[in-house]
Ligand binder design. Structure first.
Ligand SMILES: NC(=O)c1ccc[n+]([C@@H]2O[C@H](COP(=O)([O-])OP(=O)(O)OC[C@H]3O[C@@H](n4cnc5c(N)ncnc54)[C@H](O)[C@@H]3O)[C@@H](O)[C@H]2O)c1
Length: 439
């Protein structure tokens, strides 16, 4: 990556650029950028003139004189979406062979966008075999994705949103981060696969944003509405629209507005013969997510289950289109003995369409709901934390070793024991040996 090479040199590092492409090497060696990128020709020219950048096609020689190797080769994408990892494998083997001839500490960082699992599953074994070293004392590996956009690569390098390093250990992260010491950006030290997923989540999200804006724009155009103005106002909402809200893995959405409004928009689009596959896929995606929780419980073997939360959100007794009612339906439909605890819902006080909805979907709801959390827990093996219901802070003390917790919200009160799972719509099997707090 010529921008990365140039920016690292500008930060005061001596950089050796390695490539198999002779033409590219010749250009860079003359201080001329092989890609069109604002400011790059000037920066690269200066760095080459100051002898901060040298180029070679000899990987071994370059590795031998450096403390860090940053891999930026681009694995080509196959038609089915899988990636050809042969390029990366060849580079890592070459680096390994070079390291076999020295003993100094070296850190290998993959800047290329890397699928989770590839580092540990493919690249580390190749590196260890070729170098005769084990990752640890003298060898570190990192996944260190780039967040550069073509067209503003230099600016993006100098002002990144953050630096994310997924490393084999702290020593590897420290050794790599020394290269970025000049950057004024938060540093996130994570696991290698987490770093990979941050990059994929970012690019997938950017793609979703573009497709979303275009589908809304297409509907607007069809209806004679100014889509630019609509989205400009939309973006002004930094509370719910452009914000971290709704961007944590957890449970599905529901309630009386989101499903209804999605159905309405997809219907309007269809009426105008407009394809809006992104909008059309959201309710099916939500259904799959609810089903995933049912399947997780079924995999545990039809144990007795407590569902903490029934109305669609805290402080509301609205049961219409509540994803928890759907979850309860799914579990009961599969014969799972279910107990429900939700202090927001007093069945005797549920009226009108709310009542009609719950009677249609959970006809025996009154028999399922208990008003005592401890009694509910005593009667079950699996606890699904659906909502931050009142009294949830006491949960850690109330759990016993028989309980398996499926935490769909990431309850802070469950503490560090659950946290590693919490972000994934957590499952904490007591069988992991990590007994729930307080048991
Ligand atoms: N282009 C971007 O703006 C950008 C931004 C962020 C992340 N990325 C990621 O960075 C990676 C690289 O992207 P790119 O656009 O720079 O790709 P690219 O194809 O322009 O550059 C890759 C270079 O690697 C060289 N190469 C291939 N095999 C080699 C080997 N065995 N030894 C040495 N060099 C070898 C190629 O000759 C080529 O010059 C990709 O994974 C991409 O997803 C790119």
């Amino acid at each position: 990556s010529t921008p990365t090479t140039s920016c690292l040199a500008a930060a005061g590092h001596d950089v050796v650029g390695v490539d198999v492409d002779r033409h590219k090497l010749d250009l860079v060696g003359q201080g001329r950028s092989p890609i069109r990128e604002p400011g790059l020709d000037e920066l690269l020219g200066r760095m080459v003139a100051e002898k901060r950048i040298r180029v070679t096609d000899d990987t071994a020689a370059a590795v031998g004189e450096c403390a860090r190797s940053l891999i930026c080769v681009g694995p080509p994408s196959r038609r089915n979406g899988s990636l050809e990892s042969g390029f990366l494998e060849r580079v890592i083997e070459k680096i390994g062979q070079a390291l076999a001839t020295t003993s100094a500490y070296h850190v290998v960082a993959v800047r290329s966008t890397l699928l989770p699992g590839v580092l540990a599953g493919t690249l580390v074994p190749l590196l260890e075999k070729a170098s005769g070293r084990r990752v640890g004392d003298t060898l570190g590996v990192c996944v260190n994705p780039e967040f550069l956009r073509e067209g503003s690569a230099i600016r993006d390098f100098e002002r990144p949103p953050f630096t994310v390093v997924g490393s084999s250990d702290a020593k590897a992260a420290d050794a790599l981060l020394a290269a970025y010491a000049h950057l004024d950006a938060p540093v996130h030290r994570v696991l290698p696969d987490e770093a990979s997923m941050v990059k994929y989540a970012s690019n997938n999200f950017h793609a979703i944003k573009v497709a979303f804006a275009n589908e809304i724009g297409a509907v607007c155009r069809q209806l004679g509405i100014d889509g630019q103005r609509v989205m400009t106002v939309f973006c002004e909402d930094r509370e719910l629209n452009i914000s971290p809200r709704y961007l944590r893995p957890g449970f599905g959405f529901g309630g009386s507005c989101l499903p209804k409004d999605l159905r309405a928009m997809v219907y309007v689009a269809k009426e105008h013969d407009l394809a809006t596959p992104l909008l059309g896929s959201i309710l099916p995606s939500n259904d799959h997510h609810i089903q995933r929780v049912v399947d997780t419980v079924l995999e545990m073997g039809k144990k007795r289950v407590a569902l903490l939360g029934l109305s669609f959100k805290v402080g509301s007794d609205d049961l219409r289109e509540s994803p928890f009612v759907r979850l309860a339906e799914g579990l009961i439909g599969k014969g799972v003995p279910l107990h429900v605890y939700d202090p927001d819902v007093t069945i005797g006080n549920v009226f009108g369409r709310n009542k009609a909805y719950v009677e249609e979907h959970l006809p025996h709801v009154a028999q399922l709901i208990a008003d005592d959390l401890q009694q509910t827990l005593d009667a079950v093996d699996v606890v699904i934390v659906g909502k931050k219901v009142a009294g949830i802070d006491a949960l850690p003390e109330l759990l016993r070793s028989q309980h398996t917790v499926i935490d769909l919200v990431g309850i802070p009160a469950l503490g560090d024991v659950l946290r590693p799972w919490a972000s994934m719509g957590a499952v904490l099997p007591s069988a992991t040996g990590l007994a729930p707090v307080g048991s």
